[in-house]
Design a binder for this molecule. Sequence first.
Ligand SMILES: [Zn+2]
Length: 167
Amino acid sequence: MLEPVLVLNANFEPLNICNTRRAFGLMMTSKASLVLNGRGFIHTVSQKYPRPSIIRLERMIKRPRIQVKLSKREVMRRDNFTCQYCGQRASRLTIDHIVPRSQGGEHIWSNLVAACPTCNHRKGGRTLEQAYMRLLRTPAEPPSSAAYIYARHLTQNEDWIPFIEGW
Ligand SMILES: [Zn+2]
């Protein structure tokens, strides 16, 4: 009952992800309807119910466009778990403030990159110019597309892809 279920707004825009239990609650109270039953059925003594993969809200919910929340994990993901200085794909990466906080650098997408411990240590509390180091690419805020935001769910839930693309 805890599998992820994609929740679509009334206009089919991907809204969020809930679990099967919550999806059932929304369907039973007619707040949402089944869009895709990709997971077979749940049997009770007298009935069987489709196990939803995607549901859609009956009433439109207004909310601002989803954005990727700035976090260490999301910076790593944006940078493809690759040190942005030497290009090494390391399992133990750190976050580097390109302009160090001690020099007024902000905690924002464009000032954060994934760095291996060696490069981070080498750069120390210096700017790129001061450390004579170069970035592989200029960091920016990642796209706020549904495909990017829900990417980690799509390998497990390929049936979501047509409903995610284009948003
Ligand atoms: Zn490195």
